[in-house]
Design a protein around this ligand. Sequence first.
Ligand SMILES: *Cc1c(COP(=O)(O)O)cnc(C)c1O
Length: 431
Amino acid sequence: MDDGNPLDDYRSQALSLDRADSLRAFRQRFYVPPGTIYLDGNSLGLLSRDAESALSRAIRSWKELEIRGWLEADPPWFYLAETLGGQCAEIVGAAPEEVVMSGTTTVNIHALVHTFYNPQGRRTKILADELDFPSDIYALKSIIRLRGLDPSEHLILVPSRDGRTLDEEDIAAHIDDSVALVFLPSVLYRNGQLLDMEYLTRKAHERAIPIGFDCSHSVGAIPHEFTRWKVDFALWCSYKYLNGGPGATAFLYINRVHFGREPALAGWFGSVKEKQFDMSLEFKPARSAGGWQISSPSILSAAPLLGSLAMLREAGLAAVREKSLRLTGLFQDMTDELLSSAPYGFSIATPRPPERRGGHVALVHPEAVRISAALRDRGVILDFRPPDIIRVAPAALYNTFTELWELVRHLREIVERREYERFPGERGAIS
Ligand SMILES: *Cc1c(COP(=O)(O)O)cnc(C)c1O
C-alpha cells in the first residue's frame, strides 16, 4: 500500500482483483463500446462475438435452406425452443424438458398465471408485492379482471416497510387461505434485493398454494435450483444477464409435476411435436414445458442465445456468481469509504448480505437523475430509476473491477465540480 490515500488504495486493490480474475478472458469476446464503461447489463446485456456468429449462422441457413431450415438447419428451427430450453435448464437447476424458450416475459406471465390461477371458494387472491416491476402488476390485474374479479380486492401487494426492500417474513404472513396463487420477482428490479425463493416456496406449499417467480433480474447472474426448491413455475427474459439481444425470445419453466395440465393460452407450437403437423383441430399439448408455447418461435431473436448460453455454461454459473458478488462487494465498500461523506452523500439501498443481493447495486442520491446524465456524458452507461436510484450492474463476463473504481472517480468529480447541475432534472423517454 502507498501513502494511505484511500482512492489510490482501492485502485491497487481493483487492479489486483482484475489480475487474479479467472473470467478475465471472456471480456475479449464482447463488443464493449470503446471509450465507455458499460454498467447496464441488467437492462440490456452486450453483444458477444459468440452471439453474433450464431445469429449470422441463422441468417445463412434462412438464405440457403429457406423452408427446409425448420428441419435441416443446425440446430433445426423446429426444435430450437426445446434445444435452447434444455441448455437454459442447466443454469436454472431444472430438467431439460422443464424449460422452453418462448414468447416474451409479459406474455409468459399471462400464459403461466392464467394456467396456475384457479380462484375457488375462499381462495381467490393473487399475492404479489408493491415493489414489483410494473408490467407484472399490469398483467396480474388484467388476469384478475378477465376472471370477472376486482383487482383492488383480489390482488394483494405485500407492502415494503422502508419503500426499498421486502421482508420475506412479511410476505409469508400474507400467505393465508384467501390466496390462490403467489407470484413474485426473484430480484427486485430497483434495489437489487434477492428474495429467498426456497423459503417462500416452502411457505406457499405449506398451504398448498402454487408459487411462481419472475426471474428476469436473476437468470444469468445467480444460480437457481428450481427443482430442489420445488418452484411451480417461473419465467424470465433473455436480454438482460443472458445477453440475447434487444427483445430476445424469453424462457419459461414448468415443474414436471404439472406436465399433465392444460396450458391456458393454447397455440399450435405447444403441440406434441409429432402431432403438430397432423393439423388436427384437437389440441394435444406436449407433456413438457414445451406445451406452454403458443406461436412459431422467433428464430432470429433466439439465435444469438445459442452463442451466449454456450458462453455462460462455459464460464459456469458458480464462477459468475462469485465474481459478481466480488464486484458488487467492492463497489459497496468504495461507496462507504469514498462516496458517503459530505459533499458526496451517496448511500446504498441494496441489502448487504451476499445471499440477499442479485447482480446489481442500487446507489441512492437525491440528484440521481442529473448525476446519471452527467455519467453518460462522461461515457459511463448505467440507468436511473425513480425517484433517486442509480443502478450499477457490473456483469461478471465483461466488466472489470477497475471499471468500478473508475465509476467512483467519476462520481466524486461530478459532485466536487457540481457538474450534474448542467443537466436537466427530468429523465429521457428511456432511462
Ligand atoms: C425486464 C423485466 C420485464 C420486461 O418485460 P418484457 O415483457 O420483456 O418487456 C418484466 N418483468 C420484470 C421483473 C423484468 O425485470
